[in-house]
Design a protein. Structure first.
Length: 134
């Protein structure tokens, strides 16, 4: 896609700090510099997000996510990772090309990505009826 920023990064038209590449996947450091080692794992095939990508593309991206995560833990001194995907504008997706964020983690890094919240007080039985796949 000509006007897609991640397609341009994959082609090399926009520079990036590449972490990993194979025939289906390209991974590079996020420009935000908000979390130490924040990495984007991107499908080479342009699709919008997890809702429309084909299963081969999804498998390739998730396989690369595991490979890179293992590298961060086994070779780079991290102890774990958060793996995040935003799909849809409502979820916070800002670049409409399928990608997965890896945030490498250390136990003492002080990051809290999932702060505790008040219980919603929903009726779980009704919720289950509304959401279960029939
Ligand atoms: P989203 O919000 O769509 O889940 O994530 C998009 C991410 O792409 C953001 O974290 C943003 O910082 C990153 N990003 C946007 N433009 C560029 C760019 O030109 N280069 C790099 N390396 N990252 C980018
Ligand atoms: Zn694209």
């Amino acid at each position: 896609m000509t006007d897609c920023i991640f397609c341009k990064i994959i082609k090399g038209d926009i520079p990036s700090f590449k972490i990993y590449e194979d025939d289906k996947v390209f991974a590079f450091l996020d420009i935000a510099e908000d979390y130490y080692g924040h990495t984007l794992v991107v499908s080479k095939q342009h699709c919008t997000n997890i809702l429309d990508c084909d299963s081969q593309t999804l498998n390739a991206v998730m396989h690369a996510v595991q490979k890179i995560s293992r590298h961060y833990v086994e070779d780079c001194g991290f102890q774990g990772v958060n793996v995040i995907n935003n799909s849809g504008e409502c979820s916070g997706q800002s670049v409409m090309h399928f990608h997965v964020h890896i945030l490498p983690r250390k136990s003492d890094d002080g990051v809290d990505l999932w702060p505790a919240r008040e219980k919603l007080g929903v009726d779980l039985k009704a919720l289950h009826e509304a959401l279960r796949m029939k």
